[in-house]
Design a protein around this ligand. Sequence first.
Ligand SMILES: Cc1cc2nc3c(=O)[nH]c(=O)nc-3n(C[C@H](O)[C@H](O)[C@H](O)COP(=O)(O)OP(=O)(O)OC[C@H]3O[C@@H](n4cnc5c(N)ncnc54)[C@H](O)[C@@H]3O)c2cc1C
Length: 474
Amino acid sequence: MSAHSTRAAPTSTQGWRREPTWQALQGQATWDVCVVGGGATGLGIALDAAARGYSVVLAEAEDFASGASSRSSKMLHGGVRYLQQMDFALVKEALEERATVLANAPHVAQVLPFVIPCESLAHAAFYGSGLKLYGLLAGSHNVGRSHYISSKAMGAQVGALKAHAHGIQYHDGLFDDARLAQSIARSARERGAVLMNYCRAEIQGQADEGADLILLSRKDTGAQHTLRARCTIVATGAWSGERVAVSRGSHIVLKDIGLASGVLLPKTPDGRVLYLLPWLGHTLIGTTDVSVSRPDYGHQAPQDDIAWLLKTASQVLQKPLEAHQVTASFVGYRPLVHRSQTGKNSSQLSRAHLVERLSARSLRVVGGKWTTYRRMAQDALDAAIAHGMLPKAMACSTAQLRLSPNPVLDNAWLTQGQWSEDQLQKIVQSAVQEEAACHAEDILYRRLRTGFTDQALAQALQSQVAQSMKMMSG
Ligand SMILES: Cc1cc2nc3c(=O)[nH]c(=O)nc-3n(C[C@H](O)[C@H](O)[C@H](O)COP(=O)(O)OP(=O)(O)OC[C@H]3O[C@@H](n4cnc5c(N)ncnc54)[C@H](O)[C@@H]3O)c2cc1C
């Protein structure tokens, strides 16, 4: 068997229809790779596997990126705070990956200046030296110099900030997580991967020495199919059961409060980290870090979290924020790998990723960050090859693989709320036919991000989008 002999024919990016996709995944006797979960990690694996020449099927129980991967803080970063945990290898790897995403997905990722407001020169010296180290770890991948910034210069950049005696400026990446997920999915499909959303996958056990059986169940029709895969890679994030500790991170979004830079508060009064970011014409503030027993797909952040975010951000702003300024809130669930670290709270658990063998023909990838999704995929596939689950194929090529944009949807937020009927029709058509949206919510949240920036507007557009989808299918 050669990996290349079993590869599915590349599909066109035009016309990602649900029924042909369902037929396609039944059309192959044995797949090289079956990916369970369509968040950043799973989609990254599907793209890497398809680019290496393997035949790939991916099943996502809900919508693509409906878990943590559309609810992150939108930072492409090494994690300034992990420096405090002395996890330099983790930071270095993530900084390399930051540069890779910035190079390969410039349509959804950019460099953003940040400031850290400091009360004393000692604080400025502490954070300044930490950020010098951050820059050194980035090496040739550095995206901008860090330096001391005066109170006046900081005020000019971030007018909304209260006067602080000192500040440090540095640079990191900002990205659009849900759009990046779609870009990875599109690039994977262009290379022949078959991706099905609203389709749960469960490993049923070994078919024979050469393959596992995976039961796929469609959420819309209830139809089922059992497929054979040489290698199954489980990438179910916070839905990975006891393997992960789950931490809830809430964000709030407000109409732009006037941020030209991001603001990092490295130590809130209760020891957390808070970001204030300019995002899609709005201000994004997050996040909380609260241990919970399990994740869900709900959107709204709990009132307590919203109140904490408003109060904590207000402490560094000239004008305190008020609840009525909040246009949207959302929660995400971090999958933090459980190691023998009992006694640590969730903000101290490692963000490193883990590839572990589940059985002769299956692996699980868990933990990590959005920023490192590509590296996680590479490590998972290299492990599958090393364990003999897959024949050797081409080496990983995703570090140099430019991701495919979708010009219709990548910039649609710029004019959101002002679309003509024709424009909305075009948007809906692209979301359904090119990005597998099945429900109005898929479009309004994960294809356009309206629901993540302005929940009232998303609600107002709901019936129009649903109507437009109905007309297309009719
Ligand atoms: C609040 C918050 C802020 C964050 N901020 C950042 C940041 O700024 N920068 C950064 O780099 N990282 C950040 N992260 C981390 C990053 O978002 C996650 O590491 C990443 O999105 C995890 O992707 P994933 O694919 O592993 O998980 P998910 O995106 O959660 O995907 C797992 C998927 O598996 C599906 N699934 C579960 N069971 C099944 C099944 N049986 N069959 C099929 N599908 C199944 C789920 O529906 C889900 O879509 C943040 C995370 C959170 C929660």
